[in-house]
Design a protein around this ligand. Structure first.
Ligand SMILES: NC(=O)c1ccc[n+]([C@@H]2O[C@H](COP(=O)([O-])OP(=O)(O)OC[C@H]3O[C@@H](n4cnc5c(N)ncnc54)[C@H](OP(=O)(O)O)[C@@H]3O)[C@@H](O)[C@H]2O)c1
Length: 436
């Protein structure tokens, strides 16, 4: 293609715009678009929160008459289909743009290439593949759900100097400092769902919400792998389930006959529109909120900071004894109690990610942040479903009774690329990625 340095600069801006609404566009990808006339940006658009309107009509509306003869830069191939919104390819044609530059072609076979063909048929010059790697990165969640029928999975772990992620029997420990924790909060805000094992849910009593001022409404759906429905009713997760959705993933074997008939586990993609994979999803209807160290290692004790574990009076086995949940004799009663508290119970074998991940994708979940613990992280790593690994390393040590990290910098699978190391406050972050 005949892209110029200016083209790259404008596509960079479109990619930046697309990133603005990550995790907020429901099942639609967060696309960015700029319209450029005589070297000046005259219109900008990002897929709106909720997924509509798409980026292109917004950028064209801002450009108005200046769009005539202009170039539009868009991160994903413009849609060609009448879905919930008219085709963006039609909007581009009607605007009179002379040239469209696209970073990534849409892999959805019902769309792929058709948007480009419509534009070319209308006499518009079209170029594709500009900054494709960056474009694919910005659309990783959408592309993974479209091509692999599962969410893009990010594994995040906080590891101490001595290679531990916690201490047995102590619940949550502040391994990293406020800067790293703020980054993780931001990541949560950009992700559709967050997942922990029942070990972490009971030991740490985490809230798993976004608590950055102004972004509180962007908490992801919270998912617990909970085969026997042991999630305590007085846990923070259950107590907040009406504000931010919680899904307990239980073993299918414990489901009742009605559930076995498939009532709880969606098996088909509900109402997917061929236009950028739009789903009239469960997520849209039920998700109210969206969806190098220096100095010698310091021992980590006692727990400190904002991490909501026992140090904050989080749940303990003793607390759990007071809770009616633990006195309920059977799983079905716990199921009813959890549902009455606003938790959704999903019957899908929790320790079979090959079943669980497509079930989550079918609900419109395109990105999943796995926050542990050790067993859960190992489960996703061993199954080969982790796309990105974020290893935060704190300056302290945990020592005796520590829970070993399930993965170290030295044993990252060979198909991951080391993206880089960054200093984050007193901690460091190593980031690894596989190709989308
Ligand atoms: N630093 C961090 O980034 C971080 C993040 C999250 C959690 N943590 C810490 O990790 C600790 C909890 O780790 P964990 O490994 O016990 O908890 P987990 O991964 O949250 O949950 C593990 C639980 O699931 C059960 N399980 C059985 N089969 C499994 C399978 N195939 N895959 C996954 N789980 C399976 C385990 O049962 P059995 O063991 O009984 O077989 C165990 O009860 C806590 O202390 C927490 O503070 C640290």
């Amino acid at each position: 293609m005949s892209a110029s340095p200016d083209d790259a600069q404008f596509m960079q801006e479109a990619i930046r715009l697309g990133l603005l609404h990550l995790g907020q566009t429901s099942t639609n990808p967060s696309v960015g678009c700029v319209v450029v006339r005589d070297g000046t940006i005259v219109g900008r658009g990002t897929t709106a929160v909720g997924g509509r309107p798409h980026a292109e009509p917004q950028a064209l509306a801002e450009a108005g008459e200046l769009a005539r003869g202009a170039t539009a830069y868009v991160t994903l191939e413009p849609c060609s289909h009448h879905g919930k919104t008219p085709p963006c390819a039609d909007a581009l044609i009607a605007s009179g743009v002379a040239r469209v530059v696209i970073s990534v072609t849409d892999p959805d076979e019902r769309v792929s290439g058709r948007g480009i063909a419509m534009l070319r048929d209308a006499g518009i010059e079209v170029e594709t593949g500009l900054l494709e790697e960056e474009g694919r990165h910005s659309l990783a969640a959408y592309l993974t759900r479209q091509t692999k029928n599962r969410p893009y999975v990010i594994l995040k772990l906080a590891v101490s100097q001595d290679g531990m992620i916690g201490r047995k029997g102590e619940g949550q420990i502040a391994i990293t400092g406020p800067a790293a924790r703020a980054e993780v909060q931001q990541l949560r805000a950009e992700t559709d769902a967050i997942l922990v094992g029942i070990g972490t849910a009971t030991a740490d009593d985490p809230e798993l919400t976004v608590r950055i001022p102004g972004l509180e409404g962007r908490s992801p759906v919270r998912i617990v792998l909970d085969p026997l429905l042991d999630l305590p009713l007085n846990s923070k997760l259950v107590r907040t389930a009406r504000e931010v959705p919680v899904i307990a993933v239980a073993r299918e074997e414990v489901s009742d006959p009605e559930m076995d008939e498939g009532a709880a586990l969606p098996s088909v993609l509900p109402d997917i529109s061929p236009s950028r994979g739009e789903i009239d999803s469960w997520q849209a209807s039920s998700q109210t909120n969206k969806l190098g160290t220096s100095g010698p290692p310091q021992p980590i004790s006692p727990p400190e900071g904002e991490m909501p574990g026992r140090a904050e009076g989080g749940i303990t086995p003793a607390d759990a004894q007071d809770d009616t949940t633990t006195n309920l004799s059977d799983i079905e009663s716990r199921h009813q109690a959890l549902e009455a508290a606003g938790v959704e119970v999903l019957y899908c074998h929790p320790y079979h990610p090959e079943q669980l991940l497509p079930a989550l994708a079918s609900r419109g979940i395109s990105s999943l942040l796995v926050e542990g613990g050790a067993r859960t992280a190992r489960l996703f790593l061993d199954a080969g479903y982790v796309d990105r690994i974020l290893l935060y390393q704190g300056p302290g040590t945990i020592g005796d009774g520590g829970i070993e990290t399930p993965i170290r910098k030295t044993d990252i699978p060979s198909d991951f690329k080391h993206v880089g190391t960054r200093i984050v406050g007193a901690d460091s972050l190593d980031e690894y990625e596989r190709e989308v």
